[in-house]
Design a protein around this ligand. Structure first.
Ligand SMILES: Cc1cc2nc3c(=O)[nH]c(=O)nc-3n(C[C@H](O)[C@H](O)[C@H](O)COP(=O)(O)O)c2cc1C
Length: 390
């Protein structure tokens, strides 16, 4: 039976919503999501849990679902992120099972042929009546690509390759006639692809490059840009996080200004790790239980090693790296505290936030009951239904 879906999204970059602060789920296509923890309630990443979560998020009026494209995990006692669904097929299936939420697929440009990927994405887009979005990733972990027989190009050149890749995909999505493509990386003859994306528009494009060249790519091409909020103070005793408001605002403003300078508007997004409990004390206790006493440190060490940070448990600097890596950007606290942090990130200019949660399905109903009404009261979100774009 076909689900009755929303009419095609006219302004895809708004994700079908007029909410000032858009909300999404990040990383649920992997086992453990983004929390390297041993606790038994950690995220299963199973297909059925993904479907339940997508339908719940859709029902609650969340705007997006963003997976992580990952080919190998990090080991450790939990085999952290070793089990992951390929994201284009994951997105296509979930789009057919939901009604209004935007669902992204993540493509690594070094290993997906653009002609194949363009068609896969169109398939997903039709399954969702225009709700597919692309997270374009040029690759940043060389060891992920050995099993494809591919070595990554030098960092900046990856984005030149990615640009050609995207130019081909865009042409496939828009040009009615066959074409040849003679680039530096791709030489293609008599290329065509039908059908085009749903409703005569193109999928929303997102990128999350941290480097200058990655940001340039985003500014030139993307509708949405994800940037990590790194600089912040965190008090491990109280769980209180104090975002570096001035520093973050500078990054957000500069990204927007760079997009405006080339005549584009680009949404700016970030991701946070939410632990919300009725009291501050309960929240910080749960944080310590999950991400300190029951951390999967072996998996965290493997991630740090990949970044060139050698394990040294006697070094306070190394221990600080470990803490930062495991907690990510934490929103820990009671509902007022957590809602206040969402407000702060909206005030510095973010258009939306992707959430990671220890167990997404168990905890999303609580966030729906406690956080979303506070965001509605603050004018950041409209009650579900009234925020839809006409
Ligand atoms: C929110 C977010 C999502 C990302 N998703 C992926 C992903 O799915 N797969 C991946 O390999 N890298 C992912 N990345 C990494 C970026 O694509 C990028 O490679 C990284 O930020 C380094 O930036 P650079 O390429 O400009 O050096 C993500 C980063 C962020 C902040």
């Amino acid at each position: 039976m076909l689900l009755e879906q929303n009419a095609p999204v006219a302004n895809r970059s708004a994700m079908g919503s007029t909410n000032k602060l858009k909300l999404g789920i990040f990383g649920c296509n992997l086992n453990s999501g983004k929390n390297a923890t041993l606790v038994p309630e950690r995220w299963s990443g199973s297909w059925d849990d993904n479907v339940r979560l997508a339908q719940m998020a859709d029902d609650y009026g969340l705007e997006f679902f963003l997976p992580l494209g990952r080919w190998r995990g990090w080991g450790g006692a939990t085999h952290y992120q070793e089990s992951s669904f390929e994201t284009l097929t994951w997105a296509a299936a979930l789009l057919a099972l939901t009604k209004r939420i935007t669902i992204f697929g993540t493509v690594h440009t070094p290993i997906f042929h653009p002609v194949v990927a363009a068609k896969q994405m169109v398939t997903a887009d039709h399954a969702g009546h225009g709700r597919f979005g692309l997270n374009l990733v040029v690759g940043n972990k060389d060891e992920e690509f050995g099993m494809f027989g591919v070595s990554l190009l030098e960092h900046d050149e990856r984005y030149a390759h990615g640009q050609e890749w995207l130019d081909i995909v865009r042409r496939l999505w828009t040009e009615p006639e066959n074409f040849d493509f003679n680039g530096k990386y791709f030489q293609l003859t008599d290329v065509l692809s039908k059908p085009k994306p749903y409703g005569g528009t193109q999928p929303l494009l997102l990128n999350a490059g941290l480097s200058e060249i990655g940001q340039d790519f985003g500014v030139r091409n993307c509708d949405a840009f994800f940037t990590a909020v790194r600089a912040s103070e965190f008090d491990a005793q109280s769980g209180i996080v104090t975002p570096d408001v001035a520093g973050v605002a500078k990054i957000v403003d500069s990204l927007r200004a760079r997009a405006a300078a080339v005549g584009r508007t680009m949404g700016v997004y970030t991701n946070v790790n939410v632990i919300c409990r009725p009291t501050q004390k309960e929240a910080i206790e749960y944080y310590r239980y999950v991400l300190d006493e029951h951390a999967d440190w072996e998996a965290v060490d493997a991630q740090l090693q990949q970044q060139g940070i050698a394990r040294d448990l006697h070094s306070p600097t190394y221990l600080a790296h470990r803490q930062r890596a495991i907690r990510q950007f934490p929103f820990i606290g009671d509902p007022d505290t957590v809602a206040g942090l969402f407000q702060t990130l909206s005030d510095v200019g973010f258009d939306g936030i992707g959430m990671t949660i220890v167990n997404y399905l168990d905890e999303l109903p609580y966030l729906r009951a406690e956080i979303i009404p506070r965001l509605e009261k603050a004018g950041l979100r409209a009650p579900k239904g009234s925020e839809r774009e006409s």
